[in-house]
Design a protein around this ligand. Structure first.
Ligand SMILES: [Zn+2]
Length: 381
């Protein structure tokens, strides 16, 4: 069987939605359907190659965006800077590992180059299925209903967009989904499928969060936690060092993002001090204080907490769940499921903070991971 979908499946999905829209009498559902149709239209446009034009913002506009970002996500910024702070303590070790990996594996290469481990699409699916069946049994019936539709809902393609290894669209009124996954034989394909199915399951349980997310910073918990558990459980009996490496890869990437986000507030302070002017003085001050250059400043401006902070905050929740999982598997799974099933009109953030202390075991878990990987690598040399 081939895993594939294309423009025809999208158009068919749209036709079905339009039909529902036509016969729906409840105005609020009608409105919701309309927003689903709008989103699907965007996907159709992308598929046709009529991607939205890139909007170029001026530096002032971008700063203004960051300012409103900070305003909206004030409480999350402290979580992000906590992350950055905790991981900075391991900076030397991370740096050492990075150098070692570049030397051993090469830049932008996968660890699979060393182990030679390869996984076919069918095998990746079989392991994804096994994972949800064995480790998340209470969510399995939902997963299974999507798994059955995989042949015309998932496709493996050469490229998605830079940095993206997989993504998925979910259409709640018809329980249809479309998933893209990078076409390669690396075992990370299993993680990518498990990750995206985590999103699909969570959207199926809480469709509104997809279109009207109130707690976007926690949206990746649904996908990152299963991913970490799968690497930890290793149902595929893969090389343990490779799996440690896969888990570790999150750290340097998230650390880089967190630094950029933390820099936001610094840049903003300067901007305010400079009466919201982006003139030579502002850039001079920036240079002086942070020894930065225009290019680096540019990349700071291009970092939004919506895009990057979500992975950091969600990762931190996932790490607390993972820590608990190793002590009390059932309790961790129960909390995870409660997060996914959390009523839309409740306060998710309050709930998460009442059952987990975000950041409590971050340093400990990171140190454990770094040490385990360093040790495993040394043994291999
Ligand atoms: Zn995701």
């Amino acid at each position: 069987m081939v895993y594939n979908w294309g423009i025809n499946e999208l158009l068919e999905a749209k036709k079905e939605l339009l039909k529902r829209y036509k016969y729906e009498t409840n105005p609020s559902i009608k409105k919701e359907l309309l927003s689903v149709i709008y989103n699907l239209n965007e996907t159709i446009k992308e598929e046709k190659g009529q991607d939205e034009e890139i909007v170029y913002l001026t530096d002032e506009e971008r700063l203004e965006n960051i300012r409103s970002d900070i305003e909206r996500y004030k409480t999350y910024y402290s979580i992000v800077s906590f992350f950055q702070n905790s991981l900075s303590k391991h900076y030397d070790k991370i740096d050492y590992l990075e150098e070692l990996m570049i030397e051993k594996v090469g830049l932008n290469e996968s660890y699979g180059k060393i182990t030679g481990a390869k996984v076919s699409n069918d095998r990746a699916f079989a392991l994804t299925n096994l994972f949800y069946k064995k480790h998340m049994p209470s969510l399995y019936p939902i997963f299974e209903s999507f798994y059955k539709k995989r042949f015309n809902s998932v496709r493996f393609i050469e490229s998605i967009s830079d940095q993206t290894v997989a993504n998925a669209t979910y259409i709640w009124p018809t329980k249809r989904y479309f998933m893209n996954c990078l076409k390669d034989d690396d075992i990370s394909k299993i993680s990518n499928l498990i990750h995206e199915y985590g999103h699909i399951i969570s959207f199926a349980l809480n469709p509104k969060e997809l279109y009207y997310p109130r707690y976007p910073m926690f949206a990746e918990v649904a996908s990152i936690f299963p991913e970490i558990i799968a690497l930890y459980e290793n149902d595929g009996h893969h090389d343990e060092t490779q799996l440690l490496y896969e888990r570790y890869c999150n750290l340097p990437a998230l650390l880089g993002n967190s630094i950029q986000l933390v820099l936001h507030s610094v840049v903003l302070n300067l901007w305010e001090e400079n009466n919201y002017q982006l003139n030579d003085k502002f850039f001079h001050d920036l240079d002086y204080y942070y020894d930065t250059d225009k290019e680096e400043f540019d990349s700071v401006l291009n970092t939004y907490i919506d895009d990057q902070g979500i992975y950091i905050v969600s990762y931190m929740v996932a790490i607390e769940l993972f820590h608990l999982y190793k002590i009390d598997k059932n309790k961790a799974l129960k909390i995870f499921e409660s997060i996914l099933r959390f009523p839309y009109d409740g306060n998710l953030k309050e709930y998460i903070c009442s059952v987990l202390n975000i950041g409590e075991h971050l340093e400990e878990e990171s140190a454990l991971l770094i040490d385990d990987l360093s040790l495993a690598l040394k043994r291999k040399m």
